[in-house]
Write a protein that binds this ligand. Structure first.
Ligand code: FAD
Length: 499
């Protein structure tokens, strides 16, 4: 490979030519919302230098998507403040754009692209960024390229979706080393030497021609606060205000880095032993920042490899496809990398190759058949969507998990599995359970609307799993109970906080 960005990360979205009269190269940052380990940014810098043009970065935050809320706005705007500060030390011109009235953002990408030489945009396989990449970006009037910064393996490398974690892990072990060598053991930032910078006069001209409404810094700061100041600033925007900002999980690359450091310094060592224990908060908690691209998995992996003093010579080829033993690292580091790489990227792989990744049809046939066969089974206990959303069930463990989701925008992983299984048990039928899980998770979870949202939710319904003993309601789908969870893990502390 031996180049900064592998070809598999590059997707040409249209057949338009480079506009050599354009004023700048445009990078539209819609999912990799960061400066470091950002392949879209690296690619855009390289192109700008080759074409001898300045680079403009626009980071939009729209309101015309289904789950726009105070929670998401607050988190992303926090990230914009970090990005604003980070770009100030570079020759790149950065425009954060928060849509504050309906349709204000409509056409903004087109207007910026009309003045540009070419456009680079982030590739992302789910939700709103996918719509932008699939439907809006290909119609821009200049050459437009989507770059995949999502994970260690480029999404399209496998060539098809993997139905099991095992097959994806095998593929990963066989193919990952060149990517680690070229993309993890490399500079986190593009070299900006020789990159032209726009003058203030040129910037003013762009602002005038694109009719860009500069989001005032003072407003950004207020909207980034997780308390009444932020809530007041966001109150005039037409988004879901019931989904309030989370005080304990604040967006931005700086907070992401802090969280990563705390995890690596104090928790990684006991990850394998403690990750399933809800009361201990033993996992990294990185999923919200990973979802919004405030931190890259490359940065996390880079730090783990350094901490473990790892080099490719430690790889044990006889362990290809195994959950442990292939890397030649400590058990906990390997366990964590299996979640961060195998499970996380399996979700990106599946969403990339399956447009129906949020639909019933994406389930394996055995799971669809079995759940349909049991759709009329008698249910002792059922709840409405509203009862579930407001955590009014007879099960204190489930209610606590739902409370954590509403309060903090996250549920501990083991309880997240149980949370989903109980929704399957209590909903009118499995298709409704699927819809309700998606609605609850996408609305309240900070890390929702992610490829892994659908990996998790559809895992509850049998995707990436095997058939188990047949039983009522669940059919051959794996079954979980709150009682066995309580027996397995001490939930006292968890129930005290969220119960
Ligand atoms: C019903 C259900 C819904 C889920 N919804 C989401 C979601 O909306 N967004 C989301 O990112 N994850 C989701 N997951 C997967 C998992 O619960 C979270 O990724 C994990 O709990 C995040 O916590 P952490 O960052 O502390 O994870 P850690 O254990 O610290 O792991 C590090 C990273 O690895 C990845 N990861 C860990 N576990 C999994 C997993 N089981 N599947 C896929 N990737 C994983 C995540 O990116 C995570 O941040 C869901 C799982 C279930 C069962």
């Amino acid at each position: 490979m031996n180049q900064t960005i592998s070809n598999e990360r590059i997707n040409q979205l249209n057949n338009c030519k480079i506009n050599s009269d354009g004023k700048y190269v445009l990078y539209c940052m819609i999912s990799a919302r960061r400066l470091k380990w950002n392949f879209g940014l690296k690619f855009a810098v390289e192109k700008a230098k080759q074409l001898n043009k300045p680079l403009v970065v626009i980071e939009p935050l729209n309101i015309d998507h289904k789950w726009a809320s105070d929670r998401i706005h607050n988190f992303v705007i926090n990230g914009m403040l970090d990005n604003r500060a980070d770009f100030e030390n570079t020759p790149i011109t950065y425009f954060p754009f928060v849509e504050t009235t309906k349709n204000q953002g409509k056409g903004i990408l087109r207007k910026f692209s009309e003045l540009s030489t070419m456009v680079v945009i982030d590739d992302f396989p789910t939700y709103f960024p996918k719509i932008v990449v699939d439907r809006i970006a290909p119609k821009l009037p200049v050459k437009t390229v989507a770059i995949d910064s999502n994970g260690l393996l480029p999404m399209k490398l496998v060539g098809k979706e993997c139905s099991t974690a095992h097959s994806f892990r095998r593929f990963t072990h066989k193919n990952i080393l060149p990517f680690i060598e070229d993309e993890v053991f490399t500079s986190s930032l593009p070299s900006m030497n020789g990159l032209r910078q726009l003058s203030q006069f040129e910037i003013n001209d762009i602002i005038m021609k694109t009719e860009y409404k500069m989001t005032p810094l003072e407003w950004l700061w207020r909207a980034s606060q997780p308390d009444d100041i932020g809530i007041n600033a966001l109150s005039s925007i037409d988004i879901d205000h019931e989904v309030f900002p989370v005080k304990s999980i604040r967006g931005g690359s700086k907070n992401a880095y802090e969280r990563m450091k705390i995890f690596l310094d104090t928790k990684l060592e006991k990850y394998s032993e403690d990750r399933n224990k809800p009361s201990l908060k033993a996992t990294s908690g990185m999923s919200p920042w990973l979802h919004f691209g405030h931190i890259s998995t490359h940065e996390i992996v880079h730090n783990i490899l350094k901490k473990e003093k790892w080099d490719p010579g430690l790889v044990n080829e006889s362990r290809i496809g195994s959950r442990s033993g292939w890397w030649g690292m400590s058990e906990s580091a390997e366990g964590f990398l299996d979640q961060l790489i195998t499970w996380r990227e399996l979700g990106f792989n599946f969403a990339y190759f399956r447009d129906d990744h949020t639909n019933w049809t994406s389930l394996p046939q055995w799971a669809q058949n079995s759940l349909e066969e049991h759709s009329n089974d008698y249910k002792e206990e059922t709840y409405s969507f509203e009862e579930l959303e407001s955590a009014q069930t007879s099960d204190p463990v489930w209610n606590a998990a739902q409370n954590q989701l509403v309060r903090e925008g996250i549920i501990q992983n083991y309880l997240r599995m149980l949370w989903g299984k109980k929704i399957l048990q209590w909903s009118p039928d499995a298709k409704t359970a699927m819809d309700w899980m998606i609605k609850l998770n996408d609305r309240w979870a900070l890390d929702g609307r992610d490829p892994n949202s659908y990996t998790g939710i559809f895992w509850v319904l049998g995707r990436h799993d095997r058939a188990w003993f047949e039983r009522p309601i669940f059919g051959k789908i794996r079954y979980m109970t709150s009682n066995s969870t309580k027996k397995k893990y001490n939930l006292d502390e968890y129930l005290k906080i969220y119960g």
